[in-house]
Design a protein around this ligand. Structure first.
Ligand code: FAD
Ligand code: 2AM
Length: 696
């Protein structure tokens, strides 16, 4: 290591100081792994009496792993992002351990026994060559990965980390958990903790730190204080005063998932017809005052605001005055070690902007945080049944996608029905609520503008999510309904929306009244680099397949090529396959696409937009059907002219069907057998001429 020793960055020192025997290290991008870490720490502490340190690897030195006591244990909770990449907060450790060549490691020998009990004389490091760079012979570790099997590199960081740590001499305790978000990551996590927690506990129980045999009791991590007036700096975290004071001189490298930029919405429009079943919104955001660089094809992450119905419900069931100014501080035995990143001013602002108040409460949180507050028998029985009876939990919580506020309301209703006396009534606190709920997570959107054409503004193309549960309850996607409310408010500032914009966020944008005096709200975002890129040479042919909101990045690609063509730069053949339900209602960006393609095709007859409207006729017609009709063109552009092929949108079925069609085109047009068509496709990928931007 090149840097000097800093005890604050030494996790073994921290463990020693705090008398802890387990360290939980999380690689988290949008907060899920961070939340699992918080929950697992609680379980290890309350059910197994372990003393747990939670660690964000960005704040610690990797080298300190080698100094963890041999009778202690490190638990990794590792999310996958992008195309099988580690999260930003894990990136430094990962690069040092694995190197840059992350996709080439071979996992054929990662045949792990499903249960490893290190207290029984087993040495699983024997098969691997020992690497003395970072001696980890003393390290014991457990690992759970968060991934999605829709993606090609499923849980790659977890597999690579496991392999690498073992090659450095570390010993694996318990099964390697490969959580799959495509199915149900909470179920996978529960299975894994069920197996891993007792092994971890057994392992550290012999440690010199010792384990207190008296059972631990749940205590909230935060102390909430009500104040009479709002303090000037109500923050407990990294408020960024420099943003307020001097926007133009901000070091832009500071804008990341932990430090979002508050940008102003410029304008928006609905892309679908009013009679369409789906509402798709185009929203433009201003980067003018920060000069935040982005590249066409990047993603923007947006932190949404919760809708008021759920905010009010929680205030109601907790009997709180939302406008009351509050301050937060850590309690001495906090299991959560992370402050909320911006200034907190009131109960309402916390519920609107910082906590996820809609995700169903997982079973372990019911057990560890809600149950301790149940004093009446009916409440205890209800919560215990949710914890113990899988089907009951599914029917009551999961199927109706019950929010935390509704769950607490349910407890109250049960107690009312059973005439529970006031002194025994369920009396939940706001500090416990902070522990119960995850932080609100940012949502990603494929940027639908071109940085060449509009370097100072980005656009989003989002479909508003509304659905009915099987028992007929309406549910709303948080971020897309936030976007919807932004649109409604921009079009009519007097709109009565279920989302309140006046908030802490307001203070950031009030300083920037240059052009936006009518808009009094700002949207926290950051930009995440992607690998979804146009060819560096604009004359290279491209074929894009993007049904529905899959059009988003291609709108950026097309605007870029249109802009280049207008500026007399030679642009190669540009083909877009776009699909949606009905031509008259759902032809997104119709006018501008037709305009762009009129220009592009005047210099290149192969440039065209080819549409597939699935519901305009009896039989479904999808983009892949149109691809088949245009097989010769696709083969010519991609194979003969070395073009690039892109897919964006639904990763569950569409992208797989499109890939299968592309391979069939290779078989038919290139006269390749199935095996050779597959290796043709692999070559396309390996030469960076195939890229996908898909989401589950
Ligand atoms: P949430 O509040 O997060 O709700 C979504 C959740 O609701 C789902 O996870 C599911 O658990 C649940 N749910 C949904 N439907 C049902 C149902 N029928 N029954 C039961 N439960 C259900 N979206 C776009 O619109 N445009 C884009 O360009 C875009 N780009 C993306 C790029 C990337 C890299 C990724 C990862 C995602 C992208 N998305 C895009 C998706 C986007 O990030 C959000 O997931 C989406 O907009 C929904 O967010 P939300 O907050 O409105 O919904
Ligand atoms: P459908 O909803 O009528 O079935 C955007 O959602 C468009 O993608 C819609 O026209 C939708 O059609 C279509 N679509 C659904 N499943 C698809 C698949 N597997 N492949 C391609 N397009 C699909």
């Amino acid at each position: 290591a090149q840097h000097s020793y800093d005890p604050q960055r030494d996790l073994s020192f921290k463990m020693f100081q705090n008398n802890q025997n387990v360290v939980l290290i999380y690689g988290s991008q949008t907060g899920t792994a961070e939340d699992l870490a918080k929950r697992f720490a609680r379980e290890l502490h309350l059910d197994f009496n372990a003393q747990v340190l939670i660690v964000d690897p960005e704040l610690y030195d990797l080298e300190s792993l080698s100094k963890i006591s041999p009778d202690h244990i490190a638990v990794f909770l590792v999310s996958t992002t992008g195309e099988g990449e580690p999260t930003d907060n894990m990136a430094k450790w990962y690069e040092a351990l694995i190197g840059e060549d992350i996709f080439t490691a071979d996992f054929s020998d990662l045949e792990l026994p499903s249960f490893v009990d290190p207290t029984e004389e087993s040495d699983f490091s024997g098969d691997y060559e020992f690497d003395t760079e970072l001696p980890l012979a003393n390290l014991n570790f457990s690992i759970f990965g968060l991934g999605n099997s829709t993606y090609e590199h499923f849980n790659l960081p977890t597999k690579q980390l496991t392999k690498r740590l073992r090659s450095l001499g570390a010993k694996l305790v318990g099964p390697v958990g490969l959580g799959d978000d495509d199915v149900n990551i909470d179920d996978d996590f529960e299975k894994w903790t069920g197996a891993a927690a007792p092994l971890i506990a057994k392992f550290v129980s012999s440690s010199s730190t010792g384990i207190d045999s008296s059972p631990n009791k749940y205590e909230p991590s935060f102390i909430v204080k009500e104040l009479d007036i709002l303090p000037i700096d109500a923050s407990i975290g990294s408020v960024r005063p420099e943003i307020l004071e001097n926007a133009s001189s901000i070091n832009i490298s500071h804008v990341d998932s932990k430090h979002p930029w508050y940008c102003l919405p410029l304008n928006s429009k609905v892309l679908t017809h009013t009679s369409s079943e789906r509402r798709i919104i185009h929203l433009e955001l201003d980067l003018d005052n920060i000069n935040l660089p982005y590249t066409t094809g990047d993603h923007v992450a947006l932190f949404p605001t919760n809708y008021e119905t759920q905010v009010r419900l929680l205030l109601n069931v907790l009997n709180l005055d939302g406008s009351k100014p509050i301050s937060l501080s850590f309690s001495p035995n906090a299991s959560d070690n992370k402050p909320f990143p911006h200034s907190i001013s009131s109960y309402s602002s916390m519920l609107r902007h910082y906590l996820d108040i809609t995700l169903p409460v997982p079973k372990d949180s019911i057990k560890h945080v809600l149950l301790p507050y149940a004093r009446s028998e009916p409440a205890k029985a209800f919560l215990k049944k949710l914890i113990d009876d899988k089907d009951y939990y599914k029917n009551i919580i999961l199927t109706p996608v019950m929010s935390p506020g509704e769950l607490i309301q349910n407890i109250h209703t049960i107690e009312k029905k059973e005439a529970v006396s006031d002194d025994l009534k369920f009396n939940f606190t706001f500090s416990a609520l902070i522990d119960l709920l995850p932080r609100i997570s940012p949502r990603y959107y494929s940027i639908s503008s071109s940085n060449l054409e509009s370097p100072n503004k980005i656009s989003i193309t989002a479909v508003v999510l509304n659905y009915k549960t099987p028992n007929n309850i309406n549910r709303y996607g948080i971020a897309t309904n936030y976007i919807n409310a932004i649109h409604d408010t921009l079009s009519n500032p007097d709109t009565n929306s279920d989302i309140i914009f006046t908030s802490d966020k307001l203070s950031y944008c009030l300083k920037d009244t240059r052009k936006h005096s009518s808009n009094n709200f700002a949207i926290p975002i950051y930009i995440r680099k992607s690998t979804f890129r146009l060819p560096s040479d604009p004359s290279v042919p491209i074929v894009m397949v993007g049904p529905g909101t899959g059009i988003a990045p291609f709108r950026g690609f097309i605007r870029e090529r249109f802009y280049q063509a207008k500026n007399s730069i030679p642009v190669g053949p540009t083909v877009l396959f776009f699909g949606n339900r009905n031509e008259s209602k759902d032809f997104l960006y119709k006018d501008e696409l037709l305009e762009s393609f009129a220009a592009l095709s005047s210099s290149n007859k192969n440039s065209k937009v080819i549409t597939a409207f699935s519901r305009d006729q009896k039989e479904k017609i999808y983009v892949q059907d149109r691809m088949t009709e245009h097989s010769a063109l696709i083969w010519d552009l991609i194979n003969n002219q070395n073009g690039h092929f892109y897919i964006c949108g639904d990763g569950k079925t569409m992208s797989k069907d499109v890939i299968a069609t592309l391979k069939r085109i290779a078989q038919n047009e290139g006269k390749l057998d199935e095996t050779r068509a597959s290796s043709w496709f692999t070559t396309l990928k390996n030469t960076n001429r195939y890229a996908e931007d898909v989401w589950a």
